[in-house]
Design a protein around this ligand. Structure first.
Ligand code: NDP
Ligand code: OXD
Length: 308
């Protein structure tokens, strides 16, 4: 097996060391120093090169370094080429940590208290128990389901929204466009963990924010293009939303001077909610390569019709 890795080079070198130890028969090359492009079987990429098939004419599998698979130009890829998203426990754990932190921070009014601290204001606001905070997760896939578990355990009133129905203990399931309104109406803290597709681009907009309870808050950890920035700013300025934790934006990095940087009700992080962890990702990759070699279905193959 001949694999090329095109992503952050330092982490690539960790993948290389781990694979050399665990699967020395695999040839693992780091972009852009590829000696034999026509021999390459697999590409693992975050941002792929343009014209992937011209670079690697005999490619057999395309893996995303991350969970998202919206970075690929599917029109340029043969229909028969499997595209595989990353499912690995390290990435899932990172997202669980980030979302739990964000929900607890919002539930405990931390954006407001941090603002007060800067202004040297000692003022308490009424708190409520977790059981009276209604949390709604958009996207109940690998990550959405995982983040819901600790939130249920912490006692939050939890719901999830997805394209098809789910059955998760302690979580109310809402399905499709028809149930989106009811889901939003009961979401005091809304978390976006959707993939970016034609159906979800721009979904975090004024029409959606207006269906949330007044003073609701947002955790945006999906993809930058889900969110219409000016609609979020208007919702925060009008009080329809009270706070937002934003990890992904469009573009990234966010330009200097953008209003998100200074907005007192926004916590902004540079797309770090979760990161693929080489140690566990290499295990997931090896598992999928074994499946591929046995002619079995790999874990995380993208359904191109759905777009994720
Ligand atoms: P999955 O493919 O496992 O889950 C996607 C979920 O979204 C599914 O439940 C799916 O419904 C639902 N969904 C998709 N389209 C729609 C729609 N039109 N209407 C309603 N529900 C929909 O993805 P993951 O959980 O692995 O990852 C989700 C996303 O998180 C990634 O695509 C990526 O964008 C983002 N991410 C961000 C990171 C960060 O650091 N900020 C890190 C990792 C991921 P159904 O199950 O019914 O098909
Ligand atoms: C991912 C990400 O998709 O880090 O894995 O955003």
């Amino acid at each position: 097996m001949n694999i090329v890795y095109k992503s952050e080079p330092e982490r690539g070198r960790r993948w290389q060391r781990l694979l050399a130890e665990q699967a020395p028969d695999i040839r693992f090359q780091l972009w852009p120093d590829i000696v034999d492009p026509e021999q390459v079987d697999c590409l693992i990429a975050w941002q792929p090169p343009d014209n992937i098939m011209q670079h690697f004419p005999n490619l057999k599998v395309l893996f995303s370094v991350g969970a998202g698979v919206d970075q690929f130009d599917y029109a340029s890829l043969p229909a028969s080429l499997p595209v595989v998203r990353m499912i690995e426990p390290g990435l899932t754990r990172g997202m669980v940590e980030y979302v739990t932190f964000a929900v607890l921070g919002l539930h405990r009014n931390m954006p407001r208290y941090l603002q007060q601290q800067r202004q040297q204001v000692w003022l308490e606001h009424p708190g409520r128990p977790a059981s009276r905070s209604r949390v709604g997760v958009m996207g109940m896939g690998t990550l959405g389901e995982a983040v819901l578990q600790p939130l249920v355990q912490l006692g939050f009133d939890c719901a999830g929204w997805s394209r098809t129905g789910k059955n998760l203990a302690g979580v109310k399931s809402f399905v499709g466009q028809g149930e989106l309104g009811n889901f939003l109406a009961r979401s005091d803290i809304l978390i976006c963990l959707l993939p970016l597709t034609a159906a979800t681009e721009g979904i975090l907009n004024a029409e959606l924010f207006n269906q949330l309870p007044q003073g609701a808050s947002l955790v945006q950890v999906g993809r930058g293009k889900h969110l219409q920035h000016d609609h979020l700013l208007a919702a925060l300025d009008s009080g329809q939303l009270s706070a937002a934790v934003i990890d992904v934006t469009s573009p990234e990095p966010l330009p200097v001077g953008h209003r998100f940087w200074q907005h007192p009700a926004i916590w902004l992080t540079p797309h770090i909610a979760s990161q693929t962890q080489p140690e566990s990702a290499v295990q997931a990759l090896l598992d999928n390569l074994r499946r591929f070699e046995r002619g079995e279905t790999m874990t995380g193959v993208v359904d191109r019709e759905r777009g994720y």
